[in-house]
Every structure is written in structure tokens, then in C-alpha cells.
Design a protein around this ligand. Structure first.
Ligand code: ZN
Ligand code: ZN
Length: 262
């Protein structure tokens, strides 16, 4: 390309970039970006460099639980406990998933964020929390090396009462971070179930019996699957879903959640 054309093209790019910067600054001036949880104005560079639209105070609040966690079930454990094969609580349960990767424990502001993230129009908050999970647990998520992401499905009737399904929003955002497909229609929930947290342990398995079914034609042979949900309580839901996924050929299953409920 002749030098004069090259200079003209480079000048055009510079003008375009300057225009984009000016437009962004104008939008930020008129509508300053706000924290997706507490709505405080984001400081300069917050949310723009890593895509986490949370203020620094909320980030600290969501990640300040430093208690060690069981590598298998994600529940808090005491110091110096070897959890490479699970903690005393989960090693008896024979989970069908390999590990639980989570942001924190379901308490204080993280609990409020999980509850608020279910409300209609809370997609930005759900996405921000997944971005923070990615920031904090990127190493474990990439080490598991999933091929696909599967959200815990909800019963079809719930789409009328809960148009925003938090697990799906989170699964799509995490799949994008991992650059892998989100199989949002691979599994269906065949019937309405009672909220697991309201049931005694003995009734939880019965509650989910045959509640998940693979859709016809979905082949997961040899696939490493990452289940995504907002919270994990006893692990019964993820375990039942993992059982169905493995029966469909998945070679390995892990679970990613925002919080575990001890
Ligand atoms: Zn905030
Ligand atoms: Zn455990």
C-alpha cells in the first residue's frame, strides 16, 4: 500500500478510536456505570477492565470468607482437613460429580445477592456474580477443562412465573468466559418439585426421583460437563442431574455455584 494511503487509513482509525472514546465518556457522564448489587457509582476502571460490574466494597464482601473449603462438596471445613477425597460429611455420600467450585458461603451480602439475583430483571447482577466467580476460581474452572456447560433446568411452567432463570443466565455467562457451548436444552425437568431446602434429608432424594430427563438426540459421550446453579444446599439436585448426565455418556461432571449453604 502506498505510504499516503497507509497514513490516511491510520488517521481514519485514530479518528474512529477517538470518536468511540468520546462517545463512551459522554455515556458514562450522562449515565455513570453503577454497581449491579448496591447501585453505588463505579469508580474509574471498575467493571470496565474485567467485566465485573461490582464496586470494590461488594467484591470484598462477596469474597471475604477465608475458611477452607472441601474440594469435593465445597462446604466449609476446619483447618488442616485433607479433603482431596471429600470431607467426613460428603465422603459417605458417593456424589456422581467430581467437585464443587464456588464463590463463597450463603450468608450475609452474598445470600442477599443470590436471592436478589432471582428477581425479574436481575440478569446484570447474576452475570456480575458469575464474572466474579470466574475471576476468583478461573484456575479450577479451566483445570477441570469442561467441554460443555449445563444449567440446572427449571420446570416449564415456571417460565410463566419466573421469566428470568438465574441458573440459565449464569450458565450462559460462564460458558462465554470458558468459550464453550451452553447446552440449555439438553436436559428437561419433567415435573414440579418441592423446594429441596424445605424438606428433611430423607425426603430430598425421593423429591427429585426421575425429575430430570435427557432430551432425545443429545449425545454426551466422553464429554466433560460443568453443571451451573446459583446455590448448592445438600448437593442432592446436582447429584441427581450428574447421574442423568453420566448415564447419557458424560465422562466427568463438576458443579459451579455462587454459594454453598452449610
Ligand atoms: Zn456495590
Ligand atoms: Zn465435602
Amino acid at each position: 500500500m502506498p505510504q499516503s494511503f497507509r497514513n490516511a487509513s491510520s488517521a481514519q482509525s485514530d479518528i474512529k478510536a477517538a470518536f468511540t472514546d468520546a462517545a463512551t465518556m459522554f455515556v458514562d457522564f450522562v449515565l455513570p456505570p453503577a454497581c449491579s448489587f448496591c447501585k453505588a457509582d463505579l469508580e474509574r476502571n471498575e467493571g470496565t477492565t474485567d467485566g465485573i460490574t461490582l464496586c470494590s466494597r461488594c467484591r470484598v464482601n462477596f469474597t471475604n470468607n477465608q475458611q477452607p473449603a472441601c474440594l469435593k462438596c465445597g462446604m466449609p471445613v476446619g483447618p488442616y482437613v485433607d479433603t482431596s477425597n471429600g470431607c467426613p460429611e460428603c465422603s459417605r455420600r458417593g456424589f456422581r460429580f467430581e467437585e464443587v467450585i464456588r464463590l463463597g458461603v450463603y450468608q450475609d451480602s452474598l445470600r442477599t445477592a443470590c436471592i436478589r439475583g432471582k428477581s425479574p430483571g436481575a440478569e446484570a447482577l447474576a452475570t456480575a456474580m458469575v464474572s466474579l466467580l470466574w475471576h476468583e476460581q478461573r484456575e479450577r474452572l479451566t483445570e477441570f477443562s469442561p467441554d460443555v456447560v449445563v444449567p440446572v433446568p427449571q420446570f416449564w411452567l415456571h417460565w410463566f412465573t419466573r421469566p428470568h432463570h438465574q441458573a440459565l443466565t449464569m450458565a450462559e455467562a460462564l460458558a462465554e468466559r470458558l468459550s464453550i457451548p451452553c447446552l440449555d436444552r439438553a436436559v428437561r425437568k419433567t415435573r414440579r418439585t418441592v423446594d429441596q431446602s424445605s424438606l428433611p434429608k430423607a425426603k430430598r432424594l425421593k423429591n427429585l426421583e426421575k425429575a430430570f430427563q435427557m432430551r432425545r438426540g443429545v449425545n454426551l459421550k466422553g464429554q466433560r460437563v460443568l453443571i451451573v446453579d446459583d446455590i448448592l444446599t445438600t448437593g442432592t439436585t446436582s447429584n441427581e442431574l450428574a447421574r442423568v448426565l453420566r448415564k447419557a455418556g458424560a465422562s466427568s461432571v463438576a458443579v459451579a455455584v455462587i454459594a454453598v449453604v452449610p
